[in-house]
Design a protein around this ligand. Structure first.
Ligand SMILES: *[C@@H]1O[C@H](CO)[C@@H](O)[C@H](O)[C@H]1NC(C)=O
Ligand SMILES: *[C@@H]1O[C@H](CO)[C@@H](O)[C@H](O)[C@H]1NC(C)=O
Ligand SMILES: *[C@@H]1O[C@H](CO)[C@@H](O)[C@H](O)[C@H]1NC(C)=O
Ligand SMILES: *[C@@H]1O[C@H](CO)[C@@H](O)[C@H](O)[C@H]1NC(C)=O
Ligand SMILES: *[C@@H]1O[C@H](CO)[C@@H](O)[C@H](O)[C@H]1NC(C)=O
Ligand SMILES: *[C@@H]1O[C@H](CO)[C@@H](O)[C@H](O)[C@H]1NC(C)=O
Ligand SMILES: *[C@@H]1O[C@H](CO)[C@@H](O)[C@H](O)[C@H]1NC(C)=O
Ligand SMILES: *[C@@H]1O[C@H](CO)[C@@H](O)[C@H](O)[C@H]1NC(C)=O
Ligand SMILES: *[C@@H]1O[C@H](CO)[C@@H](O)[C@H](O)[C@H]1NC(C)=O
Ligand SMILES: *[C@@H]1O[C@H](CO)[C@@H](O)[C@H](O)[C@H]1NC(C)=O
Length: 644
C-alpha cells in the first residue's frame, strides 16, 4: 500500500486548476488547515521536541474543530463571532503517542495541551514509515534466499505494508506485515503475490522481527493481467461517443474558498487527513418560508472496515480499517479531469502532511459538478378527454466527488445534492482484486436541531372480510428514546427511519424531519467474539444514534491500528444514553460484500452502494414544484428536437 500512496501524493505535481473566487467572507472556521498552518504546527511541536534529540514523526495534523454551538453561532453572525482556530497533532515522539493541541490564533502558535495516549491502539501509519518498512525485505538475507528459491528476480519484486490487526495478544508492538509481489511483465502486482511468507516489521525498531517461509507456492502468471490501455491489443470497444456539458451561463454553483452555494443549497467542503472529504453545515433555502434551513451539520466516512475472508496464514490478519490505519485524506488521489469528473467540473486542492510535518499538496483532490439527464418529477395526464397534457421537469443534481485509493482498491465517494432536499452519499469500489470479501462502512452525522424517531412500516393481514384486498400497508410509529432503541438493522424488512424534530411541526401538524432510505444492509460475516469483529463492532447494526459528542468521531476508535475494540460505537452506546429530543448523530453502516467474479479481472468495474437522506414533512409541499427547467441550448451535433 505504501508505494501506491506515495505515488499518489507526490505525482502530478503542482497542477492547480481550482480557481478560488475572491470574497469578503471571513475565513470559515471549518476550513482545513492551510499549508502555512501545517508548517506552524510542525515548527511548534519541533520547538518543544527538537529532532536533534528526539525521534519525532507526525501521524495526524488536522483542524481541532470548535464546539458545535460556536460554529452555529458563527454561522448566524459570521462578522461578529470570533472562533478559536486550533490544530490537533498526533505525533509519535520517542515511541510514545502524543496528542498535542495547538492554538493557531496568535502569530506564535502555542501548545495548549500535550497528552500521552497510554491505552491500546496506535495512530494512523505515516507513508514514510510504510515506505521504509517495505524496503527492508529487499536487503534481508532470508528473504533474498526465498526469492532465489522460487526462481524469481529480486529486482522485479515490490513490497507493500499491511496493518497486522489484533488477535487477542495482551501486548502489542507497533508492527506491520509486509507482503511482496512480482512487478515483472505486468504492473498488476496485487494478483501476483509471493505467497507463503510471513514478514513482520516492528515500526519503532524499523527491523524485521519475524520471518517465516512456509514453502513455495507458485506466483501467478502475468498473462492477461494488464489493464493499461497502452498495452491492450485490438479489438477495442464498446465505443463511447464524445460529450461536452456546455453551460452557456456558466456553472450553477459558486465555490468561495470552501463554501459552496448552488441552487437552494449551501454547504462547506472540508478536508481532513483521516476522514478525507467532509461535508458540513448543509442548509437548504425554503422558498415558502423565505429562509435557509439547516439539514446536515457534518457528514463524512468515519471508518472503512475490510475483513478479508480467509483464515490462512497469508490472509487471516487482513482486517483493515482504511480510514483509521491508512487515512482517507492521506490516501486521496488527484482526480483526472474529463475522466474522473466531467468537463464542467471545478476542482479543489487539498493539503495533507508527511511524517516530518511538511505539507503535501493533493491537486484536484475534490471535484464539484452539475449532473444532467434525470427527471425531477413528471405526469402525463390522459384522464381528461381531449385535454391530455404533460408536465415534466428535468433534474440537475450537484455532485461532490473524491477518490481514495488504499492499496488495491479505489473508493469513489460521491455526495449528491438534489434541489428536492435529498442528500445521497454513495461509495463505489473499483480497482484490483486482492481476493475475497470486502466491507465498506459509511457514517454520517446529521443535523443539529433534529431528534430521533423510529418509524417502521408493517404489513397487516386483512382477516375480517372488510375488504377485497388481502393485505394493506399501515404505519406503526415507534420513538427511539435511547441508544439501545436505535441500534437497528434497517432495510431487511420494510421499515423507515425518520429523524424528526418533535418541537417543530409542518402546517398540517407533522413533525419536521428527514428520513433515511438505507443502503442494502450488509451483515458482518464474522462472529461477535472474533477479534476483528470486536474491533469492527460498529458493523453489528447498520443504524446507530448517539447524542452529539464532539470527541466521538471514529466508529472504530481514534487509535485503530492494533486496537482492542475498546473505543468503538458499540462501547460508547453501552451507556444507553438518552437520544429523544436531543441533539443527535445518526450513524449509517453500508457494506459491499465483494465476492469476486471473473468480470472483476484484471480490474473491476465499479460496484456501488448509496443511501438517501430525504426530507419527510420538512417542507410544507413539494419544494421543487415551481422549479424552472433550464433553457434549451442548440449545440452543433445535438438533435434539436424540443417541446419548448
Ligand atoms: C481562503 O481561506 C484561507 C484560510 O482558510 C485563506 O488563507 C485564504 O486567503 C482564503 N482565500 C480566499 C480567496 O478567500
Ligand atoms: C460581513 O462583512 C462583509 C464585508 O466585510 C459584508 O459584505 C457582509 O455582508 C457581512 N455579513 C454579514 C452577515 O453581516
Ligand atoms: C525513513 O527512512 C529515512 C532514510 O533512512 C529516514 O530519514 C526517515 O526518518 C525514515 N522515516 C520514518 C518515518 O521512519
Ligand atoms: C532482473 O530484472 C531486471 C529488471 O527487470 C533485469 O534488468 C535483469 O536482466 C533481470 N535479471 C535476470 C537474471 O533475469
Ligand atoms: C515488543 O518488543 C519488545 C522489544 O522492543 C520485545 O521485548 C517484546 O517481546 C515485543 N512484544 C511482542 C508482543 O512482540
Ligand atoms: C516495475 O516494472 C516496471 C516495468 O518493467 C518498471 O519500469 C519499474 O521500474 C518497476 N518498478 C519497481 C519498483 O520495480
Ligand atoms: C502466456 O501467454 C503466452 C502467449 O501469449 C503463452 O505462450 C504462454 O504459455 C502463457 N503462459 C502461461 C503461464 O500461461
Ligand atoms: C373530443 O373530441 C372529439 C372530436 O373532436 C369530439 O367528437 C368529442 O365530443 C370530444 N369529447 C369531449 C368529452 O369533449
Ligand atoms: C464524549 O465522549 C467521550 C468518549 O466516548 C466520553 O469519554 C465523554 O464522557 C463524552 N462526553 C459526554 C459529555 O458525554
Ligand atoms: C434542426 O434544426 C435545423 C436548422 O434549424 C433544421 O434544418 C432541422 O430540420 C432541425 N432538425 C430537427 C430534427 O428538428
Amino acid at each position: 500500500m505504501a508505494s501506491t500512496m506515495k505515488l499518489v501524493l507526490f505525482s502530478a505535481l503542482m497542477f492547480f486548476s481550482f480557481q478560488a473566487v475572491v470574497s469578503d467572507t471571513p475565513q470559515h472556521p471549518l476550513n482545513p488547515l492551510t499549508s502555512e498552518e501545517i508548517i506552524r504546527v510542525r515548527n511548534t511541536v519541533q520547538e518543544k521536541y527538537p529532532t536533534s534529540s528526539n525521534r519525532l514523526s507526525f501521524h495526524y495534523i488536522g483542524l481541532d474543530d470548535p464546539e458545535k454551538d460556536i460554529i452555529l453561532q458563527w454561522e448566524s453572525t459570521p462578522n461578529t463571532t470570533t472562533v478559536p482556530r486550533k490544530a490537533l497533532a498526533i505525533a509519535i515522539i520517542n515511541s510514545q503517542t502524543h496528542e498535542i493541541v495547538i492554538d493557531l490564533q496568535k502569530e506564535n502558535a502555542i501548545i495548549l495541551s500535550d497528552n500521552i495516549h497510554r491505552g491500546n491502539g496506535f495512530p494512523t501509519l505515516s507513508v514514510a514509515e510504510q515506505d521504509n518498512a517495505t524496503a527492508l525485505p529487499l536487503t534481508y538475507g532470508p528473504f533474498i534466499d526465498s526469492v532465489k528459491k522460487r526462481g524469481l528476480n529480486l529486482s522485479e519484486v515490490v513490497c507493500s505494508a499491511f496493518t497486522s490487526g489484533w488477535f487477542g495478544e495482551a501486548q502489542n508492538n507497533r508492527t506491520v506485515r509486509v507482503e511482496c509481489f512480482m512487478n515483472e511483465s505486468s504492473p498488476n502486482i496485487w494478483v501476483r503475490p509471493i505467497s507463503g511468507l510471513t514478514i513482520l516489521v516492528d515500526l519503532e525498531l524499523m527491523t524485521i522481527v519475524e520471518y517465516e517461509d512456509r514453502g513455495i507456492i507458485p506466483v501467478a502468471t502475468a498473462n492477461n493481467t494488464e489493464y493499461r490501455l497502452s498495452h491492450q491489443k485490438p479489438p477495442f470497444g464498446p465505443k463511447q461517443h464524445s460529450q461536452a456539458t456546455h453551460q452557456p451561463d456558466g456553472p450553477g454553483f459558486q465555490i468561495s474558498n470552501h463554501s459552496v452555494s448552488w441552487a437552494n443549497w449551501k454547504f462547506h467542503i472540508g478536508f481532513d487527513p483521516r476522514a478525507g472529504l467532509v461535508i458540513s453545515l448543509a442548509s437548504i433555502y425554503d422558498l415558502e418560508k423565505h429562509k435557509s434551513r439547516r439539514v446536515l451539520y457534518k457528514g463524512y466516512i468515519s471508518e472503512l472496515f475490510v475483513p478479508y475472508q480467509d483464515p490462512t496464514d497469508d490472509f487471516y490478519y487482513k482486517t483493515f480499517f482504511d480510514a483509521g490505519e491508512f487515512g482517507f485524506g492521506l490516501s486521496t488521489v488527484s482526480l483526472v479531469p474529463n475522466l474522473d469528473c466531467p468537463s464542467n467540473a471545478e476542482f479543489l486542492d487539498a493539503y495533507v502532511h508527511d511524517a516530518s510535518g511538511t505539507p503535501v499538496p493533493i491537486p484536484n483532490a475534490v471535484c464539484v459538478f452539475e449532473q444532467y439527464g434525470s427527471i425531477m418529477w413528471r405526469h402525463t395526464e390522459t384522464g381528461i378527454p381531449n385535454d391530455s397534457f404533460v408536465e415534466t421537469r428535468t433534474e440537475v443534481n450537484l455532485i461532490v466527488r473524491t477518490i481514495v485509493t488504499v492499496g488495491n482498491y479505489d473508493n469513489i465517494i460521491d455526495w449528491k445534492f438534489k434541489t428536492s432536499g435529498s442528500i445521497i452519499p454513495a461509495i463505489a469500489l473499483s480497482g484490483i482484486l486482492e481476493i475475497k470479501g470486502v466491507d465498506i462502512k459509511h457514517k454520517d452525522e446529521i443535523k443539529s436541531d433534529q431528534h430521533g424517531t423510529l418509524t417502521s412500516l408493517k404489513t397487516v393481514r386483512v382477516t375480517d372480510g372488510s375488504s377485497k384486498r388481502k393485505s394493506y400497508w399501515t404505519t406503526e410509529t415507534e420513538t427511539a428514546k435511547s441508544e439501545n432503541d436505535a441500534k437497528i438493522i434497517i432495510g431487511n424488512a420494510p421499515g423507515e427511519l425518520s429523524v424528526v424534530n418533535p418541537n417543530k411541526k409542518t402546517a398540517v401538524g407533522n413533525d419536521v424531519g428527514y428520513r433515511l432510505i438505507p443502503a442494502i444492509p450488509a451483515h458482518p460475516l464474522l462472529t461477535d467474539d472474533d477479534y476483528p469483529q470486536i474491533r469492527g463492532a460498529f458493523t453489528n447494526f447498520n443504524v446507530w444514534v448517539t447524542p452529539y459528542n464532539r470527541t466521538e468521531k471514529w466508529a472504530g476508535g481514534l487509535y485503530v491500528d492494533h486496537s482492542h475494540g475498546e473505543d468503538t460505537l458499540a462501547v460508547w452506546t453501552q451507556k444507553n444514553r438518552d437520544i429523544e429530543n436531543k441533539d443527535i448523530v445518526l450513524w449509517h453502516v453500508t457494506g459491499i460484500h465483494h465476492v469476486p467474479a471473473q468480470e472483476d479481472f484484471p480490474i473491476m468495474p465499479l460496484l456501488s452502494t448509496a443511501f438517501e437522506l430525504r426530507p419527510t414533512n420538512f417542507f410544507d409541499r413539494n419544494p421543487v414544484l415551481k422549479t424552472l427547467s433550464p433553457k434549451f441550448v442548440k449545440w452543433p451535433g445535438c438533435p434539436n428536437t424540443t417541446t419548448h
